[in-house]
Design a protein around this ligand. Sequence first.
Ligand code: NAD
Length: 308
Amino acid sequence: PVASCKTVLASKVSASFRDQIKKDIKERNVKPKLVGFLANEDPAAMKYAEWTAKTCAETGCEFELRKVDKQELEQKIDEANDEASVNGIMVYYPVFGGKQDQYLQNCVSIYKDVEGLTFKYIYNVYHNIRFLDTDETTKCIIPCTPLAVIMEYIGVYNAVLPYGNRLYGRTITVINRSEIVGRPLAAMLANDGAKVYSVDITGIQMFTRGDGIKLQAHKVEDVDMTLEQVVPQSDVVITGVPVANYKLPSKLLKDGVIAINFSSFANFEDDIKQHASIFVPSVGKVTVAMLERNLLRLHDYQHREAAN
Ligand code: NAD
């Protein structure tokens, strides 16, 4: 029956995050500043920039879009890294594509990286290192799309268990293993205790902290399994296939599954609500809310440093 599935909309979830951020900003009377660099003509990037501007205006953050020539981008990032009034920096990709974009991601200072895409943060996700310092006062920035997908609020995380183990006992399939979303996402879920099947076109890997979650950080193994074997076992299925005609067959899904799609295309079949207990059709707006949460965090770190 259709009525038994709860559809969780990104617009609604992001609104509650935005309200919280707005309240924090107002109470503390601060105005964190985000600079977005646009160095391409991509309409999707422009749309994303417009959405960022709109959300920033709503929450009380300052947003400045800097349109630059792609050959100047690196220098402009350097300048923004040194500008005291800039608390966060993001770049709308793709610019050159491939490895050069990866290089540019790493030109952003880790103290201003709102997207959490610099090597240090990604490395820390893969190694389950949650703080930048040994005193554990400065939390790492988490890449914002995986952070948006994790959606602690849909109750997959069991709060009875200690922090860091709250997904113990859960089996999750993630269909996408990109370096931007799928792989860090699988790592984060496994670090929190889940058994994760990470699926991409080359095959399936399993990310776990081992039997009894004894390992401190997850390990990865290639598994000789098929989608038909891993999906029916999964309590949560997360899709991010960037292809219009890709549809995950509903008949593979366990009854009452939690189904989350972060692809810009609908990866689940139309009858998904007859199989899922919770369905999240998209997460884009939550990603922007996470970006602002990261911005506020970086703003606080910079002010704390300045005060010391
Ligand atoms: P990508 O092209 O880098 O990666 C795609 C991944 O999907 C790869 O791991 C690939 O192997 C896998 N894949 C492709 N076809 C497959 C298939 N048939 N079966 C199994 N796996 C398959 O893309 P990306 O940057 O990870 O983005 C993926 C999608 O997510 C896009 O639609 C993008 O727009 C969207 N996205 C959304 C947000 C957001 O905030 N909502 C953020 C980033 C990306």
